[in-house]
Design a protein around this ligand. Structure first.
Ligand SMILES: NC(=O)c1ccc[n+]([C@@H]2O[C@H](COP(=O)([O-])OP(=O)(O)OC[C@H]3O[C@@H](n4cnc5c(N)ncnc54)[C@H](OP(=O)(O)O)[C@@H]3O)[C@@H](O)[C@H]2O)c1
Length: 241
């Protein structure tokens, strides 16, 4: 799947990794980039169409899907990460609302278009889907759920010609990690690696040095093998009883 000539939708497109994804898609020759944001957005490139898209707002999701005629690549990037200690159920619900149900709702709404184009869904998850950082456990739980959603959608949609890819992103220098004094990748380099992964058809994309350090062990590990074995139950032809 080359980005050139394609129609791309990025959620959370106004800052951080989302903004870098818009710029990268344009530089790779995307024909149209829909930039989903909660605030009005002005962009100098005429190929960018702003979309009013709070991923927790069912009416906005529906209106956005109805306003688009075709779509090749959906990037579910919008996300929140707040400090918590699991003492408040509300914090967990808040993270699930955006990071899990937001991804789910946007995906379902655009699925008919993606099925029509034999398109690609890219979910920007996190390495915390695999190993939580205990200062943001509600965030990690929501990303683990979003990753599991990605794995099931991958199996369920394969037969409809829609590819579903996960991005296991590590620390990236955006507002989200402002308080952490750790090595971080630039959002621009992460956006490049994400679209490299889309163009190369990598199921799980590890777009920065930290996440890349676990890529081989993940791809060749027992858990990935089990994901493939389980997926085969869905993708196999049904057998007679
Ligand atoms: N930075 C990292 O180290 C890192 C690591 C792993 C994964 N990720 C993931 O990468 C994605 C982008 O993160 P980032 O680092 O670029 O964070 P960021 O700079 O904080 O940007 C988050 C983006 O998500 C949008 N957003 C939040 N809630 C939304 C909602 N309800 N509806 C629509 N948009 C919403 C924000 O819009 P507003 O401006 O309106 O708030 C903003 O555009 C997230 O899913 C994040 O979990 C980031």
């Amino acid at each position: 799947m080359k980005i050139e000539g394609k129609t791309v939708l990025v959620t959370g497109a106004n800052r951080g990794i989302g903004q870098a994804l818009v710029t990268e898609a344009l530089s790779r020759g995307a024909a149209r980039v829909y930039a989903g944001t909660r605030q009005p957005l002005a962009h100098p490139d005429a190929r960018v169409t702003p979309l009013n898209l709070d991923v927790t707002d069912a009416a906005q999701i529906r209106a956005a899907a109805e306003s688009i005629e075709s779509l090749d690549i959906l990037v579910n990037n919008a996300g929140i990460a707040l400090y918590d200690d699991l003492s408040e159920r509300a914090a967990l619900e808040q993270h699930l609302a955006v990071n899990l149900f937001g991804t789910y709702g946007v995906t379902q709404a655009f699925l008919p278009l993606l099925t029509g184009s034999q398109g690609v869904i890219v979910n920007n998850v996190s390495t915390m889907a695999l190993a939580p950082f205990p200062f943001t456990p509600a965030y990690a739980i929501s990303k683990a759920a979003a990753f599991n959603l990605t794995q099931s959608l991958r199996a369920l949609l394969a037969g409809r010609g829609v590819r579903v890819q996960a991005v296991l992103t590590g620390p990236t220098d955006t507002d989200m990690t402002r308080g952490f004094d750790i090595p971080k990748a630039s959002p621009e380099s992460v956006a490049r690696a994400i679209f490299d992964g889309v163009e190369n058809g990598e199921e799980d994309i590890f777009p920065d040095p930290m996440s890349a350090s676990i890529a081989d062990s993940w791809r060749n590990g027992a858990v990935k093998a089990m994901e493939r074995e389980n997926a085969a139950f869905v993708t196999a032809e049904p057998t007679a009883a």
